[in-house]
Design a protein around this ligand. Sequence first.
Ligand code: LLP
Length: 386
Amino acid sequence: MFNNKTMLDRFSALETPFYFYDLDLLEQTLDAAKKAADKRGFHIHYALKANFNEHILALIQSKGFGADCVSGNEVQKSIDMGFDASKITFAGVGKSDKEIIAALQHHIFAFNVESIQEMEVINDLAQRLGVTANVSLRINPNIDAHTHHYITTGLDENKFGVPNSELEKAASVLRGCEAVNLVGLHFHVGSQILDMNVFKSLCVKVNEWKNWFEERGTYIKVLNVGGGLGVDYKAPDENPIPDFEAYFDVFDKFLERNSKQEVHFELGRALVAQCGSLVSKVLYTKSGIKKHFLIVDAGMTELMRPALYQAYHKIERIGEDKGEEVLNYDVVGPICESSDCFGKEVELPRCQRGDLIAIRTAGAYGEVMASRYNLREEIRYVYSEV
Ligand code: LLP
């Protein structure tokens, strides 16, 4: 995608580093997801935490997606961007009273409730405001998502959701919460999941818990199975759009439900990761005794994933290949931390000061996780017109 002169000419005029968003690709991805979901009557709430850039949000909102939020500010941002409050979910283990009150006043679709105590607090606040709170109870299904341990969320040892052992109590507390209306069950087992068997196991657990509630006379209208579908970090050009058909097919096949029960998803990464790249300029090249270093002007402050999760992102030089010899570079940033490294032994044509590189698949959990550490400048972005 970046090995052409047009991109190089366009980017050379811009101050680096910056995020580049390909809104055409985003649109194609959204259309593919929507088509596959609509066909099966499924609902998608876009997980704002993956990227809340306004151009991205505007496009997602215009396609009719709902929003999945994890803070009061994300709820407010969704409302400001025109998302329908009746399509907003609000998750997170630590919602403050202020955040709960604001969401109640907006009459959002549902709170994903993560503990019994939280349910009682939501009930109290809703009673005080004279409203009813719609909630989905987040159950921790104890499923190993086989992903990085920092982004697995559905195991007993994780802080998320109500564990099996507490469900009996949760159900009885719920019956006493007059201002709370249980609309559904919520699950989310982790992120960057490419093995469809993980989602199949999730369906089995969802069926079990839905039946458990129904046997006790509680009807479950909404089955919210969270997000987590992964993307191809190794080959972004070969696989720019995730296989939404295969993903939704698993739920279509294995989730037991009647025609009135709704299935909801909270996709983040799968929708926005491939449309974003971090563009950075080579400041210096340096050859150590054992290594060639490419020192670029973006750092872990602009894209934290490699430093935080040892995540792989494909790195390319922007512009045409002129047949230079290929070297193995450690691509590092300017931050005073050894972990400030985007990739080790990255094969690239011999680079010069001033060359531009693209760090691919950075549209999800990139710009949103940027920090001002080292008093870095606020990260810029550019985007292609749709
Ligand atoms: N729903 C819930 C309850 C979540 O916790 C998450 C992500 C999502 C939905 C969206 O998941 P996705 O479809 O994007 O996988 N910063 C990490 C990822 C953290 C994911 C946190 N939860 C990374 O850069 O890999």
